[in-house]
Write a protein that binds this ligand. Structure first.
Ligand code: ADP
Length: 446
């Protein structure tokens, strides 16, 4: 500042000196004129510098720094530094905001920010997908205009957001329902945060669990009711020896039915709750075939007067990596089904075959009633039966194919079902080459 005042006076002095040399009558007038002109020049120069600074401020181009000396230079310099500082802070805030938004984008849950009027300010892609929004086009639209589910509209207007609400998602169809749990939270000044979560699988698991408990209760209640009826008869009626024996046999049948059911349930829960079978334990296919044959022939003799025409054949024995008990249970379940659903005396063909690509197939082909195409995808569901009475009559629990599916999956294998009504069925388990090896000589079954 002192330097500026000094320079101003120096300017005036120079003006006065130069004015003194002017060819005027009065030397003093020349000095005054010099001072006046010097002041005017000073003001003009100052004004020009000020104008340059003002223009620079108007354009706001901080990449181009104004170079000026003196007071204006300092003002320009300080303004430039202040602006740069602000720019840096804005840039930092912007990048932090982008990081936050990227984190919310990465969230598996849908997030929608609503303003105090309930209009969309921002939403992440998950929310756009859940509700069918367009993140750009639908900004500033009222949420009630886009989400018209009556349950949601009621929830939004209720102002009571203590609980979650489950509504169908935008992509929900009757064949592929999508369930969303949505929750509104208040924040800021009247703003709201809408969170959404895809709970389809949880809801389905819940329905399955409820169905499962209902099915198990029903399956156990039936034989229990029959048994308690017989117990009452035995207690109240004076029966002769033959009648008592018949009733006791019928009770034993029901007890066996419950035992089979409980044992199948335990097998299933063991399959679901245990780690996959080790790939270092080897089971010989021929041994499994032999055990299946024994089980199949015994069952056939037990069920029908005229046994089935059961044929067992093997092309290329080998060893399977996996659990002996699980594999036997899956394979003999298929043989048992063929025996139980094929009329007496008809043929059943059980095969083990090594394929040229290194895989192997265990297949059971019967000449039974066959299965309509709409039932095939559901056969491996627990308790799914086409003919309930036939299943029960022959000691079925409705869990056999569910066990087979689990075992095949645990062994990296695939279950294939081919069937036509009236033309019999073929159930095949296809083992991958990675789970098979050539039979070791000592393990070969004669
Ligand atoms: P179940 O104990 O009732 O036999 P499964 O899970 O083994 O239960 O089979 C499910 C249903 O699939 C059976 O109830 C039956 O209707 C049908 N099914 C299974 N195997 C055959 C077959 N070989 N031929 C015809 N229907 C079959």
């Amino acid at each position: 500042m002192v330097w500026r005042v000094f320079r101003f006076f120096l300017f005036q002095l120079t003006g006065a000196l130069l004015g003194g040399f002017l060819p005027l009558d009065n030397h003093f007038h020349g000095v005054l004129l010099g001072i006046g002109l010097a002041s005017a020049l000073w003001v003009l120069l100052d004004l020009r510098r000020g104008m340059v600074l003002l223009n620079w401020l108007k354009t706001g181009d901080t990449s181009n720094r104004v170079r000026a000396s003196g007071l204006w230079g300092e003002v320009a310099d300080r303004t430039w530094r202040l602006t740069k500082n602000q720019e840096r802070k804005i840039e930092e805030s912007r990048s932090r905001l982008n990081e936050f938004l990227a984190a919310i984008q990465a969230s598996p849950n849908g997030v929608v920010l609503l303003d105090a009027q309930g209009c969309i300010e921002w939403c992440n892609e998950t929310a756009a997908d859940h509700f069918g929004f367009d993140p750009q086009r639908d900004v500033l639209q009222h949420i009630g205009n886009l989400l018209r589910d009556p349950g949601f509209v009621g929830y939004l207007n209720s102002e009571d957001y203590a609980r979650d609400l489950v509504i169908p998602g935008a992509r929900s169809t009757s064949s592929r329902p999508v369930q969303l749990a949505v929750h509104l939270h208040r924040y800021g000044e009247g703003r709201k945060l809408l969170l959404s979560r895809d709970v389809t699988s949880m809801e389905q698991a819940d329905v399955m669990r409820r169905d499962f408990v209902a099915n198990v209760s029903h399956e156990i209640r039936t034989p229990l009711t029959v048994m308690s009826g017989f117990v009452e008869t035995l207690q109240t009626l004076p029966l002769n020896e033959d009648e008592r024996a018949r009733y006791l046999e019928l009770m034993a049948q029901q007890a066996r039915r419950m035992q089979t059911l409980v044992s199948d349930l335990l097998t299933l829960s063991k399959l679901e709750g245990s780690p996959p079978p080790s790939a270092t334990e080897w089971v010989t296919a021929a041994e499994l075939m032999l055990l299946c044959e024994q089980d199949g022939r015994d069952l056939s003799k037990m069920l029908v007067a005229q046994s089935h025409d059961l044929r067992f054949s093997m092309v290329g024995n080998c060893e399977i990596a996996g659990s002996h008990s699980e594999l036997l249970s899956a394979m003999s379940n298929l043989v048992s089904n063929a025996v139980r659903y094929t009329p007496a005396g008809e043929s059943i063909d059980v095969r083990w075959q090594k394929l040229p690509d290194g895989r192997a197939v265990f297949s059971v082909k019967d000449s039974g009633p066959g299965i309509a195409p709409e039932h095939i995808p559901r056969l491996t569901e627990r308790f799914y039966r086409i003919d309930r009475s036939r299943s029960r009559e022959t000691g079925g629990t409705g869990l056999g194919l569910a066990i087979v599916k689990h075992v095949t999956q645990r062994h990296g294998a695939e279950l294939q079902i081919e069937s036509q009504p009236g033309q019999g069925s073929r159930f095949s388990i296809i083992f991958p080459a990675t789970r098979l090896r050539q039979s070791q000589p000592e393990a070969r079954v004669a």
